[in-house]
Design a protein around this ligand. Structure first.
Ligand SMILES: C[S@@+](CC[C@H](N)C(=O)[O-])C[C@H]1O[C@@H](n2cnc3c(N)ncnc32)[C@H](O)[C@@H]1O
Ligand code: SF4
Length: 383
């Protein structure tokens, strides 16, 4: 039987100062005049219509993602959070994260975010090497990155995440390790360390940079950086996520544990469990900001939806849960997918025999070998 999991709220802000050549997020170079007030109205109208799907359920975390949410001033973020809190039931003390581009910030804005109720900031640092930042088409340099983090700390934020990417064009092992050192020196609560990937339909996919590190070099970088981050006092809890004790990202953990989330904003995705209908509903909103603004208060804001059939559920679950160091319990698999553990027994046994996965009592987790070939392990659960 499907059980109701925790519910998170995702809020998408679809604009950036400019589009980065590696990025396939739903983000668009900002127009001359950013329609902030109209977009806030649209988000609340969108939410209003989604309410019947989540009636009475407490919200356990909020995440402003982008795009670049830090393009929006504090009073707009306050209006969004107040509007959401008036319509939903926010669990007291819930984590509220806002993604921040170091090239778009100032001290007053951080204070306003805090007053609005944001209690965690995530910075898109990417690298502390000015040459790498330029090659990535970033709008900031390393001095701005450091300053932005320090301004946030001065404004009273103690729960910060820094995003770094590695395997960058022209990057050596020493440069990758130097980036990690610079990040750790700022003492963030959390670090995300992403392998730069060439995503379809990006400038980098069409014209790949000539000097990208080879796969085995990238793997060595990841292992060396992983060790350096661990030595700095951060425990890895997911493929790309490291945290100090008690500072794991509640919002992302809910995704990886196959929890529910409501998504509002242009192109925002949601996943909702409907136990009465024995269904898991995925839904997304129309992608283009202008289209979304025009349709936000009508049914036409829905870009599409699908119900996850039983055959599809194991793979969707594994795509998330196998990313976690802790893996998952068989009881969680049953509660979140509505399937019996029998549905995956033979596939799990095969992966255990190949030493890609270990099962101890109820707990299933990828082995070190399994983590290296994670896509293959996940692929074993395809319908
Ligand atoms: C929405 S952005 C963060 C906020 C803001 N837009 C920024 O970039 O500063 C999310 C993060 O995803 C990561 N990312 C984006 N594209 C990526 C790619 N192709 N490969 C690996 N990581 C990527 C970056 O580290 C980025 O900071
Ligand atoms: S990486 Fe961040 S700043 Fe760059 S285009 Fe993507 S969302 Fe915008």
């Amino acid at each position: 039987m499907l059980a109701l999991p925790p519910l998170a709220l995702y809020i998408h802000i679809p604009w950036c100062v400019k589009k980065c050549p590696y990025c396939d997020f739903n983000s668009h170079a900002r127009p001359d005049a950013l329609p902030v007030a109209e977009y806030v109205d649209a988000l609340l109208a969108d939410l209003e219509q989604d309410l019947p799907l989540v009636w009475g359920r407490p919200v356990t975390s909020v995440f402003f993602g982008g795009g670049t949410p830090s393009l929006f001033p504090g009073d707009a973020i306050a209006r969004i959070l107040d509007g959401c809190a008036a319509r939903l039931s926010f669990r007291p003390g819930l984590e509220v994260t806002l993604e921040t581009n170091p090239g778009t910030v100032e001290h007053d804005r951080f204070e306003a975010y805090r007053r609005a109720g944001v209690n965690r900031l995530s910075f898109g640092i990417q690298s502390f090497d000015d040459g790498c930042l330029q090659r990535l088409g970033r709008i900031h340099d390393s001095a701005q990155a450091t300053r932005a983090v320090q301004l946030a700390q001065d404004a009273g934020f103690d729960n910060l995440n820094l995003d770094l990417m590695y395997a960058l064009p022209g990057q050596t092992m020493a440069m990758a390790l130097h980036d990690v050192e610079r990040a750790l020196a700022l003492q963030p609560a959390h670090l995300s360390h992403y392998h730069l990937t060439l995503e379809p339909n990006t400038v980098f996919a069409a014209r790949p940079p000539a000097d990208l590190p080879e796969d085995d070099v990238a793997w060595d970088m990841q292992e060396a950086c992983q060790a350096a981050i661990a030595a700095g006092g951060y425990a890895q809890y997911e493929v790309s996520a490291y945290a100090r004790a008690g500072r794991q990202c509640a919002h992302n953990l809910n995704y990886w544990r196959f929890g529910d989330y409501l998504g509002i904003g242009a192109g925002a995705h949601g996943k909702l469990t409907l136990p009465a209908e024995d269904a898991i509903l995925r839904r997304w909103k129309v992608k283009q900001p202008r289209d979304y603004l025009a349709k936000a208060s009508t049914e036409a804001r829905i870009g599409g939806d699908e119900r996850l059939g039983e055959a599809q559920r194991p793979f969707d679950f594994m795509l998330n849960a196998l990313r976690l160091e802790e893996g998952f319990t068989l009881a969680l698999f049953e509660a979140r997918t509505g399937l019996s553990r029998e549905a995956i027994r033979s596939r799990l046994a095969d992966l255990v025999a190949r030493e890609l996965v270990e099962c101890v009592d109820e707990q299933v987790r990828p082995t070190e070998l399994g983590r290296r070939f994670l896509n293959d392990v996940m692929g074993a659960f395809l319908p």
